[in-house]
Each structure stands twice: as C-alpha cells, then as structure tokens.
Design a protein around this ligand. Sequence first.
Ligand code: NAD
Ligand code: DAU
Length: 359
Amino acid sequence: MKRLDVREGWDANMRILVTGGAGFIGSNYIRYVLREHPEDVVLNLDALTYAGNLENLQDLEHSTHYRFIKGDIANPEDVAEVFAHGVDGVVNFAAESHVDRSILNPEAFVRSNVLGTQVLLEAARQAKVEKFVQVSTDEVYGTLGEQGYFTETTPLAANSPYSASKAGADLLVRAYGQTYGLPLNITRCSNNYGPYQFPEKLIPLMIIQALADKPLPVYGDGLNVRDWLHVEDHCLGVDMVLRRGRPGEVYNIGGHHEHTNLEIVNQILAELGKPRTLVQFVQDRLGHDRRYAMNADKITRELGWQPQIGFHVGIRQTIRWYLEHREWWQRVRSGEYQAYFAQQYGNRTGSRMIGGETK
Ligand code: NAD
Ligand code: DAU
C-alpha cells in the first residue's frame, strides 16, 4: 500500500475512512473521491441518524472501492471494527449538524461531536494513520459585526451548543497532535449548499416551502449574513487538505458569497416565479449569530484551492436538483423529520406550519 508523502501527496490506493458519509457533505465527498481518485478505497462509517440516508449513495452500492459500515463514532467497538479493515486516513464528517436541534437537545451534540471525535482520534492514534482530517465549521469563531473576516487565528468563541461541541472537538484534535504527534488537519468551512442537503437547512427548506406555496419562515429581521459555498467546492478543499495539508494546520474554506437570509430567500422565490408575500418573519433563533465571513487565503496560497462554482450558477443548479428529485425529499420529509418540524416551528407560527403543511 502506498503511504502518504506530505510533499508529494497521496497518489494511489489509499484506504480512507469517511465518517458521516451518508449525510449531505459526506455523501458528496465520497462521490467526489471515487470520481477523482478511482484507485482509492472508501470505508463509510455512519450511524444513520435522521440525517443519514443511504439513498444519497445508491449509485455507488456496487462499487468494489466503496464499503458502508453502520456504526456510531462514539462507540469504541464500532470504531474498532472499521479500523480492523485497515485505514490510512480519516475524514471526520460525522456530527449532529443543525443549530436549531442543538438548542432543543444539546446532549446529543456533545455525545456525537465531542465524545465521538475523541473515540475516533484514539483509534486513529492506535492505528498510526497517515492523516486525520477534522471537518469543522466557521461557527466555532462566533459572530462578526458588519466588517472583517474570520482567519485561522481568530479566537474560538462558539455561541450555540452545536458550535461549542464543534469547538470542543477541534481542541481535542489539536491536543492529539500536540500530545501524541497525530498528523492532523482541521478544516473550517462556511455554509454549504447543493444536492442532498437535508431539508431542515435554510436553502432546501425554502425551496420546498416555495414549491408548495407555503410560508417561508425567516428568523428575526432576515438580515443575518452567511457566506455560501457549493458543497463540491468544500469537498475539493477537504480533499486537498487530506492529501497535501501541512500536518498540524488549520485551513479555513469559504466562498466570499455573503448574503443576508432575506436575499437568499428572495432569490429562491424569484427563480421559482413565486411571490415575496410567501415570506413570513418568525421568532428569532436563540443566540442567533449575526454574520459569518471567511478569509480563505491560506488554503489558496498553500494548496491552490479556488472555488469553482459561482453562487448564481450553483443556486440555480441546486434549485433544479430539488425540482428533479421530488421523491428524494418527499421520502426524507416523512417520519421523524415531521415530528421535529412540528416541534421547531409549531409554536413559532401558531398552528400554521406542521410537518411542512399549513394547517
Ligand atoms: P448532516 O447532518 O447532513 O450529516 C451528518 C451525518 O453524520 C449523517 O449521515 C449522520 O447519520 C452521521 N452521524 C451523526 N452522528 C453520528 C455518529 N455518532 N456516528 C456516526 N455517524 C453519525 O451534516 P452535513 O451538513 O453533511 O455536515 C457534515 C460535517 O460538516 C459536520 O461535521 C458539520 O459540522 C460540518 N460542516 C457542515 C457545514 C454545512 O453547511 N452543512 C459547513 C461546515 C462544516
Ligand atoms: O456556517 C457553517 C454552518 O452552516 C454549519 O456548521 C452547520 O452545520 C450548518 O447547519 C449551517 O449552520 P446555519 O445555522 O448557518 O445554517 P441554517 O441553514 O440552519 O441557517 C442559515 C441561516 O438561515 C441562519 O441565519 C438561520 C436562518 N434560518 C434558518 C432556518 C432553518 C431562517 O431564517 N429560517 C429557517 O427556517
């Protein structure tokens, strides 16, 4: 088996453990790796929570370079079983990822995001992996005013239980590098959009509500700013970091596509030919971060990363994807998701939005 050379990069026959590969970004990443590096082998460890959906990877089911293992990163036995297959590198996407859910139930976030990361780190250390990549988020830096950007040296100042659990994980990853010499990187990316995103997140939720002529629930004044990046560009960055990132380094990834939530929602309505009267301002998210914006100069300078998909093209492609994959999101929106939807929006909008339906 070819080993990692940080100067040349991994070039053949790597066995990559991808955790959380049945979710939005993980599934896009696995497809990316098997397309761009067909000589590699991907092991996908995923607990299949409400957000994990094997339909996202149906086209790869019969690939001899791909294997799915159902398991929990916080369970050392599940993790040991996967490492027994042989692992050269780990990319840890597995996490509880939705801020609103973390406000309702922080405990699950600490278990998967903090404990789960530590269990994985320990297994990676024992296995002497060549690289451990922790997929983190811009949210660990907290919130910005109207000016400025997050850099890799911005102090961590997480504001939600979700971002606090991701910041805790980042510190554990750093500690495994400092203490045990584990070769690692942390990537911190801004808001992703694209195919297979679970429809609890802003962009798919608003597309689906608009298609059904239902109210679009905008939190607060709608002027919170997010920096949007197409998921393919995030996958490209993570993969460059896995293969060529300098061990021990943090890399920001971001699109420089800053928009208010209201701008995003109005663009979706315009693309779908729907009226702005569908916008419904609802009670704000607790502790709602005002603005995120990334300085991603370091990954561009060191690894040559550049976003390939402009926001205006990417958002149109994404809207088209949701139009062409109604069955996918209709199935996703059944079951547990509906109960969550009622809990999340039921008391924000009176009885107007339950299970995605206006009652
Ligand atoms: P997602 O919620 O769509 O997917 C998460 C996946 O992890 C699911 O398949 C789920 O089943 C799995 N999972 C959760 N807990 C697990 C556990 N204990 N053991 C094994 N599997 C488990 O999330 P996403 O949006 O694809 O985000 C992936 C990662 O990227 C997360 O770590 C998130 O913090 C980070 N991130 C996301 C964004 C974004 O905009 N979505 C931006 C930056 C960073
Ligand atoms: O910045 C990276 C982060 O982006 C990731 O780490 C998280 O995993 C991912 O969920 C995302 O977090 P956000 O909280 O920014 O994304 P979300 O889609 O939940 O919300 C985006 C913005 O839209 C935010 O300001 C809240 C607002 N919003 C969201 C929802 C779901 C609304 O106004 N209405 C809504 O119904």
